[in-house]
Design a protein around this ligand. Structure first.
Ligand SMILES: [Zn+2]
Length: 148
């Protein structure tokens, strides 16, 4: 864990995914970046083109010109955490739980999909409570489940 340049907390998790690429994910503020996300770089331009306005407004550039965005966390069988809001000053984290797709609904989904996000199960969390939102979808239990 290292210091997050965005929130100053010490819960920034860095992971080397290849020789050149390291990703950073802050459990404190929910922001994420990688060594490929440099200001003015192709990936950032692409992300900006595809992102809702709110993400653009919340973008953060650190002192090394790395560009950070709020994370969207998706665990297909558990749930997801995403940003929900209308403007830079008015947003919260939201979590939704995954539910099994019922027999009647199966036709509407692809064959290998077993779960869907239940938007009725949305809970909201304050900006500083990103971790709470992760707990809500049992994010930290994932490895246990996968090794079963
Ligand atoms: Zn942070």
């Amino acid at each position: 864990m290292s210091i997050c340049p965005h929130c100053g907390g010490n819960a920034c998790y860095e992971q080397q995914v290849s020789e050149e690429v390291t990703t950073s994910f802050c459990f404190g503020c929910g922001y994420t970046t990688s060594t490929l996300m440099t200001q003015g770089g192709d990936l950032v331009q692409k992300a900006l083109g595809a992102s809702p306005e709110l993400y653009k407004d919340l973008m953060f550039v650190d002192e090394n010109s790395k560009v950070w965005f709020p994370a969207i966390v998706t665990l297909p069988k558990k749930g997801m955490v995403f940003l929900d809001g209308t403007s830079k000053d008015s947003w919260r984290w939201a979590s939704a739980l995954a539910v099994e797709i019922s027999e009647e609904e199966k036709a509407k989904f692809s064959k290998d999909q077993t779960h869907k996000m239940d938007m009725k199960s949305i809970s909201h969390f304050e900006k500083e409570d990103f971790m709470e939102a992760l707990y809500a979808i049992k994010f930290f239990d994932v490895e246990v489940v996968e090794s079963e």
